[in-house]
Design a protein around this ligand. Sequence first.
Ligand code: ABU
Length: 407
Amino acid sequence: MNQLSCGLDLVSLAGEWLTATANTNMFTYEIAPVFILMEHVVLQRMRELIGWPGGAGDSILAPGGSISNLYAFLAARHKMFPDYKQRGTTAVRGQLVMFTSDQCHYSVKSCAAVCGLGTDNCVEVPSDARGRMRVDELERLVLERKARGHVPFFVVATAGTTVLGSFDPIEQMADVCRRHGLWLHVDAAWGGGLLFSRRYRHPRLTGIERADSVTWNPHKLMGALLQCSTIHFKEDGLLISCNQMSAEYLFMQDKLYDVRYDTGDKVIQCGRHNDVFKLWLQWRAKGTEGFEQLMDRLMELTAHLVRRIKAQPDKFYLLLEPEMVNVSFWYVPTRLRGMPHGREREQQLGQITPLLKGRMMESGTLMVGYQPLDDRPNFFRNIISSAAVTESDLDFMLAEMDRLGHD
Ligand code: ABU
């Protein structure tokens, strides 16, 4: 219950074993022909699920969601300033600025730090009480930066925020991006799996097909073994044009085969781990319907936990109705049960939360993540992303928290 990536999918495990046995790199077709073709098939199918007609576009598997977000940043900058690759900062007149919500994953801000913008130029747009970006504020802040002579270029929507599991309003953000000529990236590292679910995809991911790029991590909600992260681009050809260095010892153009199957020059890494086989195998075993059932099941389990929390209002306090499988709550020990809920009680609950987590770890029975957020002191963030979790596990979890924390 502690991290976004939990559990063990046995088919994916089998894929990982075979991957290790083959022990090959993914940078050229000649040393990984079948795996490269699997990447083509799997990534095209994922682009179809995003909603790009016929699965058009281009994608790559990257070492984690943070690097996937970085690839999106680099492609967006390359699209707007194709000379940046050769000329560096002199290719840009004015200060580049990017926008994301104050609930985004920290890797988004890190793009600004590592790519020379500086974190002051990663504008954090305020979110509403449910953790969703306020689009009116996005537009106001874009206009404000433009008025200062800055150059907005990159907007990140989060589809499934790390703490609350909230979804930014992609459709409205896409409208703002269109009005101002900005690249829209959707960080769906966490929430992307819901694209499989006809029941839960909308309204959470409505408008994702309007994005220029999408991060989506199968190692999270879909249960693929770590690591398995993907980045998708609507425009084909951008990845290679942005990142290509044409190393002559590896990416010779006069090879026996169609060298477009050499994927290594699309990325800033050289060596690339085979992260596709376990996902391909898992998808073959489960089918698209199987992934849909998994998503629906995780959401049903979440609803069960929310019902159980609400049924015990003296012991548990739900912070908000979840949009995804993140359930945010406080455990209330006996001595605070008669106290009216307010700032003072929240402060005390915030102090109790890490102590209770410590007791969980010492007893060895469970772990549930916690964190403060904005003006809310430490609260629990329970994650249901393992297919092995059952209703009785969730009932046990609440009972165990009460056993360990009631005093
Ligand atoms: N990359 C986000 C993972 C954070 C978590 O598991 O809580």
